[in-house]
Design a protein around this ligand. Structure first.
Ligand SMILES: *Cc1c(COP(=O)(O)O)cnc(C)c1O
Length: 370
């Protein structure tokens, strides 16, 4: 599904040099590369504050902590996402409330969100799923109307542009917080775990900076309960080497997606990914819908031709025992249930050649001819 080795080979000298500098300086924890990378990412995103942390899941948790949510408060999340989005509320004694998504964009459906509101609802977490922004103008209007905080889960969409009513913004820079992950296979991935929060609010930034460091203000002055969640200095150095390539990486992903789109257009058996007018697509995943035919058979067919194919996500979160309580009894999750049965993702990474995409397109087509 990904080719991290091929990508590394092309930037090996920059990455290796960054790593050896950290080792030479033995500044393994909170070394200069962490601060430098945060500054560089702030400039890239056009956001006032980037707060690095240990991983994308922690970033979501720290955002909820920094916003001062309290036990029993409710956080609206999409049912169709990676589990981390909904997981963190539970860790804090908050309650995630799952809602349905749009059948085309796969992002949060605000009609479902509206039905799930309660007096305890305090925040909403739009997920920019598979690399394309949720409709943030609508999300921000909804949040304003209902007095909710917005945390954008940007783990899959770093570098995507949201084209809104008031201008163009990088994914993750519109809500109170944006959060991201630098997990190796993400669009901006390091070589281990890593994550960050983004915010334009000075006060929230200073609270989040305390929380990632045990809640400490001045040295050994614990102003609040925090966690220990740091971006490793070696990982920051790797990210410094990779950030200048992020736009090229996302363009390479889009070029592969364009090639898939072209090769697979006009087939009634499948639906290629929706391209929203309000967002560029960073194609963390290239995810299609199967309209006709047996998905297991399709995956077997592709694998027999050496083409990996994965299902993101095979099951709605509300169906897992840990999340039964996260569903309002009246919610039917019609769209998420359908998507989980229909979707499949083709290989998507920065190293796909025209030959690769041609081969994969032919492999998909041959399934429907047989
Ligand atoms: C990967 C991912 C996360 C979690 O990131 P980690 O760094 O693995 O903790 C959260 N949300 C979404 C949508 C993700 O894809």
């Amino acid at each position: 599904m990904v080719d991290l080795k091929g990508q590394y080979e092309k930037i090996k000298s920059e990455v290796d040099q960054g790593i050896s500098e950290v080792i030479n300086q033995t500044a393994f924890i909170n070394g200069g590369a962490v601060k430098d990378f945060a500054k560089e990412l702030e400039a890239y995103l056009g956001v006032k504050h980037v707060i690095p942390c240990g991983n994308g899941t922690d970033a979501l948790q720290i955002a909820l902590m920094a916003l001062g949510l309290e036990a029993g408060d409710e956080v609206i999340c999409p049912d169709f996402t990676f589990v981390a989005t909904a997981e963190v509320a539970g860790v804090l004694g908050l309650k995630s409330v799952l809602v349905d998504v749009h059948p085309d964009s796969f992002t949060i459906d605000l009609d479902s969100a509206e039905k799930a509101l309660s007096p305890k609802t305090k925040a909403i977490v739009p997920v920019h799923l598979f690399g394309q922004c949720a409709n943030m103008d609508e999300v921000m209007d909804f949040a304003k109307k209902h007095n909710l905080y917005v945390i954008e889960d940007t783990a899959q969409a770093i570098g995507a542009d949201y084209k809104g009513k008031t201008g163009t913004f990088k994914a993750g820079t519109m809500g109170e917080f944006g959060t991201t992950s630098f997990f190796p296979s993400k669009n901006l991935g390091c070589y281990g775990d890593g994550g960050a929060l983004f915010t334009n609010d000075d006060n929230l930034a200073s609270i989040a900076r305390q929380i990632v460091n045990h809640g400490m203000g001045q040295q050994y002055d614990y102003e609040r309960v925090g966690v220990n969640s740091r971006l490793d200095t070696i990982q920051a150095a790797i990210l410094q080497a990779k950030l200048p390539h992020l736009d090229a990486y996302n363009s390479a992903r889009r070029a592969a997606a364009d090639a898939y789109d072209q090769g697979l257009s006009g087939m009634e058996e499948i639906t290629t990914p929706y391209r929203a007018p309000y967002s560029t697509h960073a194609f963390h995943q290239y995810t299609l819908k199967l309209n006709k035919g047996n998905r297991d058979e399709l995956i077997k067919h592709l694998e027999s031709k050496g083409v990996p194919c994965k299902v993101y996500y095979p099951q709605p979160l509300h169906q897992f025992s840990a999340y039964h309580d996260a569903a309002r009894p009246e919610s039917d999750f019609k769209v998420t249930n359908e998507l989980c049965a229909q979707v499949f993702s083709l290989p998507m990474h920065t190293e796909l050649s025209q030959d690769d995409t041609n081969y994969i397109v032919e492999a998909v087509k041959s399934f429907f001819k047989s």
